[in-house]
Design a protein around this ligand. Structure first.
Ligand code: GTP
Ligand code: MG
Length: 647
């Protein structure tokens, strides 16, 4: 007779609900700290109203981001250099920033008190959706001088490279990322209760089941156009389910939590070690709602364990712990058309001449620091949203200059307008260099349909080079347009061509059945549930040679351990039976487990016990069920949390 069983040695059950405070702190420190712009306009505006897309930087970006300071190789020729003089690099305009921004930056520098406050959950925790939008920022506007961080130039007017102050300061970047923590509610525990009523002898078990934990949803809120609301609130926890009660009363369901994001937000699981996490979903249309995490199942009460042979079950389950996750949110612009090109090419001028947007225009590179949006109204009651992006430098795909920070926004644009500075020394070279940057950044981006707009035709040097440029492009199968954005000449043809291209693209997309209202947005929750609900027999065993311990891992088993309420002795029996039934014992014996070996099943530590095993005894099903010798609970050593066997 084989008598192989596992006896419990110690509990290492996960502490539910409580993420490591260090982890919170660390993550908070890492999380983008979005700044508030005093007046954030709507992403889309109607009619000819133009919109300026403005976001201000996070605290952590007060310092230069080393990734932006990658030195370009010395032999690289900067785009647009021919039209730029050294003095031109100095910002001539004032930057609009909020006083709140400056004040908060001081708060960060002064110490970590603010973060400690967060650790204790004073400000950043949201339970059951309360206070999600409670944070209000009241910042006053202030015109501040552009900081003197611009660019260090050499005597030729080129951007110097190589030390920390070179390149483009991170302070100018567009901030539309956030890192948040979401947790589905834990299921409530089931209870053991018996019906006690006059004239009802042996009333039977009546312990109710625990309630299901609250779910976590994400919703695209049309009134939001940034991820600023995550500046203060980054933790979102759904409510736990209520515990069951006597008289067969089930616990209440936990409250759901809805995380509201701006339309256009891409949601990824947080990556580790700088690696981008797995893409989960994106919400594009206002009102779209996705079920992200399903609340934990409520534990069963003893009434649910009643059976023909088991009339007095003294067993109940814990509620299932809700799934938790860190998410990276990223907001991408939702423009139809993106204007790209080298710095100083006239991109902003084009936007200002075709829409009512009023982006800053000046004769130096990087006038545009953040993307500008404009709505272009067409005669036939149609409008398209056009984004003017900061200029692209060579090396932009590696983070040099500003453009890289915004290139990802163009991924959402259906059509690109590539503006060429006709007055540059070599417009053909400029064209090729920017195309290469787009290709290097993302092949998908370079495959987007585009229109080439040769600008500054009113200038003689541009006019003279037009024919050769046109021929150069035509030889490559591209038909460029020429214009003078400043004098609004030739821009109408460009708008019409862009519009026609856009319509074509939209028709193509519809054919491909892209976004539609019937799309299943709950696939994340479904996939997680599927993963959690795997069978108990789906496990892996490995032996850790260093510690000489066995480990039985499997999502099903781990969940079973977590839901077992060890206060009830019958739970131990059930656990042993489950291990037998799902083949853990057999698999361990096959792998050569020995008497006294430590075995971890999920997070539970057990000792292998086969003291009654007879050599060579066959292990049939019958023998196994007879042979299991259940450990009996007699005493609990509080100091070591060890369960001991009755000998
Ligand atoms: N003569 C002439 N100058 C133009 C034309 N279009 C733009 N400019 C000038 O070119 C300079 C740069 O124009 P912007 O619109 O700021 O160029 P940009 O591409 O947005 O530049 P960045 O934002 O710095 O990348 C400004 O001085 C404009 O007045 C044009 O059609 N003709
Ligand atoms: Mg510009």
């Amino acid at each position: 007779m084989a008598a192989a069983s596992l006896s419990i040695r110690a509990f290492h059950l996960p502490s539910r609900n409580r993420p490591d405070s260090n982890c919170i702190r660390k993550t908070f420190l890492q999380s983008p700290f979005l700044r508030h712009s005093p007046a954030l306009p709507a992403l889309y505006s109607t009619g000819t109203e133009a919109t300026t897309y403005t976001r201000l930087p996070p605290k952590e970006d007060c310092q230069l981001d080393p990734s932006l300071l990658i030195s370009a190789p010395s032999d690289v020729v900067k785009l647009g250099e021919s039209t730029v003089t050294a003095g031109d690099y100095r910002p001539k305009t004032k930057l609009r920033r909020s006083r709140g921004l400056v004040e908060e930056r001081v708060a960060v520098d002064e110490g970590e008190e603010g973060f400690l406050g967060r650790e204790s959950g004073e400000a950043d925790e949201i339970v059951s959706g309360e206070g999600a939008d409670g944070a209000e920022d009241v910042f006053s506007d202030e015109e501040v001088e552009a900081p003197d961080f611009a660019f260090e130039l050499d005597e030729n007017g080129e951007i110097l490279e190589g030390d920390g102050k070179k390149g483009v300061p991170a302070i100018m970047r567009c901030f539309d990322r956030a890192k948040i923590y979401v947790k589905a509610g834990d299921g409530g525990n089931g209870v053991v209760a018996f019906r006690r009523e006059r004239y009802v002898p042996y009333g039977g078990p009546s312990g109710g089941d625990g309630g299901r934990g609250g779910d976590v949803y994400v919703e695209a809120d049309g009134s939001m156009n940034s991820l600023l609301s995550f500046r203060k609130n980054i933790h979102f926890r759904a409510g736990s389910g209520g515990h069951g009660h006597g008289r067969n009363q089930a616990g209440a369901k936990g409250e759901d939590v809805v995380v509201k994001v701006a339309p256009g937000t891409v949601i990824r699981e947080s990556g580790k070690g700088g690696v981008e996490g797995e893409f989960l979903l994106e919400l594009v249309k206002p009102g779209q709602r996705a079920l992200l995490l399903l609340g934990g199942r409520g534990g069963r009460g003893n009434a649910s364990f009643k059976s023909g042979t088991r009339k007095v079950p003294k067993i109940a389950e814990n509620g299932e712990a809700g799934t938790e996750m860190w998410l990276d949110l990223e907001l991408k612009l939702l423009a139809d058309v993106g204007i790209v090109g080298a710095p100083n090419a006239g991109k902003s001028t084009l936007l200002s001449s075709i829409s009512a947007a009023q982006p800053s225009i000046a004769n130096y590179p990087f006038t545009t620091l953040l993307p500008n949006l404009g709505v272009v109204s067409l005669d036939h009651d149609d409008a398209m949203v056009v984004a003017d992006l900061p200029g692209l430098l060579e090396g932009a795909h590696r983070g040099f200059g500003l453009g890289h920070e915004f290139l990802r926004h163009t991924e959402r644009c259906s059509v690109l307008v590539h503006v060429i500075d006709g007055s540059s020394e070599q417009p053909e070279y400029e064209f090729d260099a920017v195309r290469l940057e787009l290709e290097l950044f993302s092949p998908e981006l370079s495959e987007k349909p585009y229109i080439v707009a040769y600008n500054k035709m009113d200038l003689l040097e541009a006019y003279e080079k037009w024919d050769s440029f046109k021929e150069y492009l035509q030889n490559r199968g591209i038909d460029p347009f020429c214009m003078s954005a400043m004098h609004r000449q030739g821009t109408h043809d460009i708008i019409c061509a862009v519009h026609a291209l856009l319509q074509k693209e939209k028709a193509k997309k519809e054919e491909k059945a892209g976004w539609n209202d019937y799309e299943n947005l709950n696939h994340v929750a479904e996939a997680i549930e599927k993963q959690r609900r795997v069978s108990l027999s789906d496990f892996e065993i490995f032996h850790d040679n260093n510690s000489d311990t066995w480990h039985v891992n499997g999502a099903g088993i781990q969940r079973f351990v977590q839901m077992t309420n060890w206060r009830y002795s019958e739970s131990l029996k059930r656990f042993q039976l489950a291990l037998e039934a799902c083949g853990v014992n057999r698999a361990l014996l096959k792998r050569g487990v020995k008497e006294g070996d430590t075995v971890f099943v999920g997070e539970m530590e057990l000792i292998w016990n086969n003291e009654n095993e007879q050599e060579g005894a066959p292990r049939s099903k019958k023998l196994i069920s007879e042979s299991v010798r259940w450990p009996q609970l007699v005493e609990r050593d509080d100091t070591s949390s060890r369960w001991q066997r009755n000998e």
